[in-house]
Each structure stands twice: as structure tokens, then as C-alpha cells.
Ligand binder design. Structure first.
Ligand code: HH2
Length: 268
């Protein structure tokens, strides 16, 4: 069985890779449907950017952006909502979302109350300042211990589907991101399905720069995105969160053929 693919749908003016492209309802719905047709197992609808430097969006505005899109997509594909606000999460579930993608790792009580799945992602700080000076004594241990504690909280509260995500790029330097990818099997060993999001992130453009050493711009990071998604899936990630669904589904299908049976999870 191949690993799952989560397609990114940012209904925002300012997301780092697709900001402004799907702010309009029709454009968002069409892109969500296209990702589903391309094989996305989940479409992740977000109305607030969490890129470095991003400012919070008022709740009313976030609801206005995401709820119609969630409602229109939910009959066709599994929908997750990328939010940190309990009110938006509850409303998105009422509109048909069945997974809370929570970069603040704080919404497990809402997941328990609503009977839906929950993604706990690690972040150091907040989007506004997280890339100013990320610091860890041992990034792998600190991220793992944080996620273990959140999983215990969520399991005790009765959440039945709990994902963990190392939060690539969320308060992390290039070296921190690389360490987390190298040690992904330690997260997989926790026994919970692991989600990884590297798609088009800036560290890809820094590690493998273009001619002359310039950081690769966001529109030239497809190869790095596929490479790191493949790396993550081979290390045991059960799902990858990506902008480029069709290419990633191809990679996931190949990984499904390649990876060892003991890395398979019952996530899907
Ligand atoms: N990355 C982003 C947003 N949400 N959720 C999870 N679970 N894991 C991630 O790595 C992750 C995430 C950032 O990417 P994107 O949505 O493309 O951009 P923006 O935050 O600017 O909308």
C-alpha cells in the first residue's frame, strides 16, 4: 500500500507558495477537486498562513475563507482543516472536515469533543518570530519528547486518530530540518502515523541552490520537494503534505513498492 498524500489548499492572500491563487471560492474548489482527481487522499484547507513572519487572521475572516470550501469538497474527498483556532476547527468539522491539522498542537480537546482525527505538529515559538533564532540542545529529542507528551494528552482525552509531525521549517534552521529528516525513524517508532511537510520550503532552495549558488526560488523547488517527500516516505512517514499532488502520488506509488513491510502502518 502506498503512503498517503495530503494536498495543500491555502485560501489565503499570503501563503508562501500559493498565496492569492485560491482566495476566490471557485478557484479554491477547482484546485481541491483537481488534487482529489490527481490522487490526493486528503485535501488540507487553510485560511491562515503560518509562513515565517505571518500575522494571525481574525476568526471571522478565517471562517469566511475556509468553511464554504470545506463544505463543497467534503462530499468528494477527505478534508482536513489547517487551523489553530478551536472555533474554526469546530465549524469546519460541522462543514464536513474529519481531520484537524494543528500546527499549534493544542486542539486535541476539540478533536476529542468532535470525534475526529488530529495532527500534532511541533513548532518552536510562533510564526511571527519562529525563524529569528531557533535553538535546541538536541532537536530530535526535544521534538520527539514534545510530540510524545501531546500524544499522551490526546489519547487520554479519547482522540482515536493521532498523527505526529516534526514541523519542518517551524522554528528550525536548515541543520535542524536535516537532523529531523535523518532521524525520522525515531518518530515512526513511536507507533503513531507520521506526517511530514517539506513541500517547496526554503531549506530545499538553500541545500541545493541554483547555478551561481543562489537560493532556488519557490517555483523551482519541485525536485527537492519530491526528493524529500520520497526520503520521508522511505523512512516510514505514512503521509506527506504537498503542493504538487500528481508528482508526489507517483513517488508514493513507487515507495509503496519499495518499502519494507515492517514500515507499513495502519494509518489509512
Ligand atoms: N506546513 C505549513 C502549513 N501547515 N501543517 C503540517 N501538519 N505540517 C507542515 O509542515 C505544515 C503545515 C506551511 O506550508 P504552507 O501551507 O504551504 O504555507 P503557509 O503556511 O504560508 O500557508
Amino acid at each position: 500500500m502506498r503512503p498517503a498524500v495530503m494536498g495543500i489548499l491555502n485560501v489565503t492572500p499570503d501563503s508562501f507558495a500559493d498565496g492569492g491563487r485560491y482566495l476566490d471560492f471557485e478557484a479554491a474548489l477547482a484546485h481541491g477537486m483537481a488534487m482529489a482527481a490527481a490522487g490526493a487522499d486528503v485535501v488540507d484547507v487553510g485560511g491562515e498562513s503560518s509562513r515565517p513572519g505571518a500575522l494571525p487572521v481574525p476568526e471571522e475572516e478565517e471562517r469566511r475563507r475556509v468553511l464554504p470550501v470545506v463544505e463543497a469538497l467534503a462530499p468528494h474527498v477527505r478534508v482536513s482543516v489547517d487551523t489553530v483556532k478551536p472555533g474554526v476547527a469546530r465549524a469546519a468539522v460541522a462543514a464536513g472536515a474529519t481531520l484537524l491539522n494543528d500546527v499549534s498542537a493544542s486542539l486535541w480537546p476539540v478533536a476529542a469533543e468532535c470525534g475526529v482525527g488530529w495532527v500534532a505538529m511541533h513548532m518552536q515559538g510562533t510564526p511571527r518570530t519562529m525563524q529569528d533564532a531557533p535553538r535546541y540542545d538536541d532537536v530530535v529529542a526535544e521534538v520527539r519528547d514534545f510530540l510524545v507528551a501531546r500524544v499522551e494528552d490526546a489519547a487520554a482525552a479519547g482522540v482515536h486518530e493521532i498523527w505526529v509531525d516534526p514541523g519542518i521549517g517551524f522554528g528550525k534552521t536548515v541543520d535542524h530540518n536535516l537532523s529531523l529528516l535523518r532521524h525520522l525513524p525515531e518518530l515512526v517508532a513511536l507507533g503513531r502515523p507520521v506526517l511530514v511537510g517539506t513541500s517547496r520550503k526554503s531549506f530545499l532552495g538553500k541545500i541545493a541552490p541554483g547555478p551561481g549558488g543562489a537560493v532556488l526560488p519557490v517555483e523551482e523547488r519541485l525536485a527537492g520537494s519530491i526528493a524529500t517527500a520520497t526520503w520521508s516516505m522511505l523512512a516510514g512517514a505514512a503521509m506527506v503534505r504537498v503542493h504538487d499532488v500528481a508528482a508526489t502520488v507517483q513517488a508514493a506509488t513507487l515507495v509503496g513498492e519499495a518499502r519494507l513491510p515492517e514500515l507499513e502502518t495502519a494509518a489509512r
